[in-house]
Every structure is written in C-alpha cells, then in structure tokens.
Design a protein around this ligand. Structure first.
Ligand SMILES: Cc1cc2nc3c(=O)[nH]c(=O)nc-3n(C[C@H](O)[C@H](O)[C@H](O)COP(=O)(O)OP(=O)(O)OC[C@H]3O[C@@H](n4cnc5c(N)ncnc54)[C@H](O)[C@@H]3O)c2cc1C
Ligand code: FES
Length: 257
C-alpha cells in the first residue's frame, strides 16, 4: 500500500479558540496508523507553502477516517482553517514509530498543551488498561479533548498554569503527587508523555526518581518527514537520531531533553 495518497476533507471544525479538528477521508485503502505516528500534510498542492507539515493522528474515525487536531500557528495552519468539505489534500504517512505497548503496566498518560493530540489516540487504544490521564495547559482555553479523555479515565487530572481550570500548577506536580501516593506500586506503571520540552524533562526526572519506564514523543522542525534531509535530528545518549524516522517516540532516558 502506498504511503502517499489523497484524502478529502469531510469536516474542519473550530473546537476552541485557534484550534481545529480536521477529518479526512482517504481516497483509497491505506495503512492503518498506530498511536504516536504522524502524517505529512500537503496543504495546497502548490508551492506556497512548499513543504508539507507534520500532524499527529488524533483519532481514527469510521471507515478509516483520519482525525487531526491542530493549532493555528503560521502560514500552513492558517490556510488549513479555510479548508472546506470536499477539499483534497495530499498526505504522506503514517510515519514514525509510534508508542510501544508495554504489557502488564498501568499507563500514565501526560499531555502538555497540544501533546494531547497523539496521546488521545494512545489513550483510546489503551482504554482497557485503565490509564491514568493527566492534562496540563496554560489556561482553560487550551485544555482540549477532555470530553474524550474523561470517558476513558473518569479521574482525569487537569492542571492549568493560571488555575482557570482544574488544579493550579504544572501537570508534572500532579503526576508526582499520584506516584508518591502509590508507594511501592509506582513501579507498576509506565509513563507516556508529549508536550513542551520542559515538561518532558520533568517527566524524565519522575521516571528516574520512581524507577519507572517511560516514553516521550518529540516535535522537531521537519522538512521531508521520511529520514532523508536530517533536518529533524535530536541528541540522544547514542548520538543524533532523526525524530521523523527513529522517533518521534523515544524512551525516556535515551533522549537528551
Ligand atoms: C511529529 C509531529 C507531530 C505534530 N503534530 C501536531 C498536531 O497534531 N497538531 C498540531 O497543531 N501541530 C502538530 N505539530 C506541529 C506542526 O507541525 C506545526 O505547528 C506546523 O507545521 C506549523 O506550520 P505553520 O506553517 O502553520 O507554521 P510556521 O511556524 O509558519 O511553520 C514554519 C515551519 O516551521 C515548521 N514548524 C513550526 N512549528 C513546528 C513544530 N512545533 N514542530 C515541528 N515543525 C514546526 C513547519 O513545518 C514549517 O516548516 C507536530 C509536529 C511534529 C514534528
Ligand atoms: S524531516 Fe527530514 S530527516 Fe526528518
């Protein structure tokens, strides 16, 4: 099956200020994506913007529909806001490695800001492993997808920097509190994180302190998305690695955050 295909926009809805949910119906049978994998999206098919942009799988819909949750940032995402049902986009993917499934451990899912996009796909796939879900954002308007996530973990913890929703403070403080109260069973968990580097660094500290295995998904500027341009390398304990090819998911401790 080709990883390069066209898909028709079936919905492009604003779900929060500056955040949209895009639903795409592939025009052919395509490889099923795994949580943590991503697509390079060709927005116009033309030369402006020239490069495709990377977006994570947010949810898999009916009949193989691909859902993407995006934040308006610059040129490409601004153009995306004007996509109407029937528009055709060029996609490359699914790309990257995705999150590994760790048998016998209770997942702790930690999303900072738009890190909630790939982690929603993960949470849905781990629904029957009773994941504990922690979401952090700057303020209430940036808290996304909690309707879906709270149907998976009714004890979902939400933290905001300004206290406008949930607990005031950083999300990793809530994770620390949970692990501290778990006592020796803290080690029965596995951590999955996606968000700003500072949050991932704090998660790496918790993984180290409690002796818990963990995985983080990284974002880097990407030009090709397929390992050819070396534009997305990140430093790891084993040398430089391409986030698009050897990642975007890396084992905590392996990657230098
Ligand atoms: C693996 C991966 C998954 C991603 N998943 C999502 C997602 O699900 N939802 C979402 O809203 N965003 C996601 N992003 C970030 C998204 O790719 C950028 O926000 C988007 O490319 C911005 O394009 P722009 O033209 O609007 O902005 P501009 O800032 O004008 O982009 C200019 C250039 O910078 C690159 N760029 C900008 N920001 C980033 C970034 N944070 N990471 C990598 N490249 C960047 C663009 O690709 C482009 O080449 C993901 C990034 C990566 C690497
Ligand atoms: S984006 Fe080209 S090697 Fe990763």
């Amino acid at each position: 099956m080709s990883r390069s295909f066209e898909a028709v926009v079936t919905e492009n809805r604003e779900v929060a200020v500056n955040h949209f949910r895009l639903t795409l119906a592939p025009d052919q049978e395509v490889t099923l994506p795994a949580p943590g994998q991503f697509y390079m999206l060709g927005i116009t098919g033309g030369t402006d913007p020239l490069l495709k942009r990377p977006f994570s799988l947010f949810r898999l819909g009916k009949n193989g529909a691909i859902n993407i949750l995006y934040r308006v940032k610059g040129k490409a995402t601004q153009i995306m806001t004007g996509l109407q049902p029937g528009s055709v986009l060029n996609l490359l993917g699914p790309l990257g490695n995705g999150f590994p499934n760790v048998e016998g451990k209770r997942p702790i899912i930690v999303a900072g800001g738009l890190g909630v996009a790939p982690l929603t796909a993960l949470a849905e796939s781990l629904r029957f492993d009773s994941p504990r879900i922690f979401v952090g954002a700057r303020y209430a308007g940036d808290v996304l997808a909690t309707d879906i996530l709270s149907s998976i973990d009714s004890d979902i913890s939400i933290s905001t920097d300004d206290g406008s929703m949930g607990i005031q403070g950083v999300v990793t403080d809530a994770v620390n509190e949970y692990l501290a109260s778990a006592g020796t069973s803290a080690q029965d968990h596995v951590i999955y994180g996606c968000g700003p580097r500072g949050m991932l660094r704090a998660l790496a500290g918790l993984s180290d302190r409690y002796g818990i295995e963990g995985y983080v998904s990284l974002e880097e500027y990407m030009a090709c998305g397929v390992g050819a341009c070396l534009g997305c390398v990140t430093k790891t304990a084993g040398g430089y690695r391409r986030v698009c090819k050897e990642g975007p998911v890396f084992r905590i401790g392996e990657v230098i955050l």
